[in-house]
Design a protein. Sequence first.
Length: 393
Amino acid sequence: MRAFEFVSPETETTDEVVVAASEATPATVDEVESGRPGFAGIIGRHRSMQAVFDIVRRVAGTNATVLVTGESGTGKELVAQAIHERSRRRLQRLVPVHCGAIPEDLLESEMFGHERGAFTGAICSRVGRFRLADGGTIFLDEIGDMSPKLQVKLLRVLENGMFEPVGGITTQCVDVRIVAATNRNLEEAVADRRFREDLYYRLRVVPVEMPPLRERREDIPLLVEWFLGHLHSAKGLPRFEITDDALGILTAYHWPGNVRELKNLLEQLVVLGDTERVIRAEHLPPQLRGGGRLSATGGWTTPPWDFDQQGIDFYREMASIEDRIIARALHISRGNKKEAARLLNLNRTTLLEKLKRKREVANVLTTQPDWAALNPLVVPPSVETSEDLRLPS
């Protein structure tokens, strides 16, 4: 997005880091007060976003560890970038580590480095991300995916800044500010003993919760305007306008993929658009224009039923609505039935009983076609390794 670029671990000189930071920082701390629709490259005027901006301002000048939570696509990385660029560490590196994207057997080496011969293929020593971030900030994305073994090692770094590379015996010390992020419920993971309680509280010194886009709909027109301008100025694509009808549909949609989904859709519409350079309602995907999509308030964005002379099957339609609501809760909770039951305000046993009777809901989690029917723009989470995704027999 507009505000910042991550500094790659391959960037080797401080001068390169300074140039990258200066070229990527267009905003000022007073951006909100000046009337612009956002802060530090994060677009939003909703009160929930103002609360986020206030925390960023307050915490940036400290060395406190920050835990950013929120659904996928809400902009957690931007919070880390904003904190770093407004801190005393801004002339040093901001190094990202995507814990969920790196295989577990490689993540330790990626984070802490390794010595030559530490494992098969380690033909030379390698510096890890923590060493690269020395003096700066490290962003640990999807921290909830970290293994118990690495949690112990990370806890030690948080406590005293010390670690040993894989295969090494010499202790290394670093001065690093940690910003972590997750879309998981870490409190539940702590209760289930999947995440260390002591590490959780060390990470959660300053919590920041990013709201889902459906809870700040008033920001959608701002985001649309900004993304269309950004696609033109930064990517060289034609400058598109959008009709009021199309904007109304975008504002009413519930955006399970949040800001990322909106951004990707707008880019798709611009790339595939015609010479008129106007986004109209008929250009939007069917799942936005109709088909009975549930809104955040529980209503329908457009009526999905055709009341012809034969009418409808009321009980079948009601069962379909229940299926969609349950599937949506399972989507948000990444298949965790306990969390889904909490979102639905149901007893977990009640939810399990419904899933037994409605086993077709399982297809939403285990087959791509059904998942795509809910939202074809969102990639489903992996279901192969999550025991909690299996329905009771």
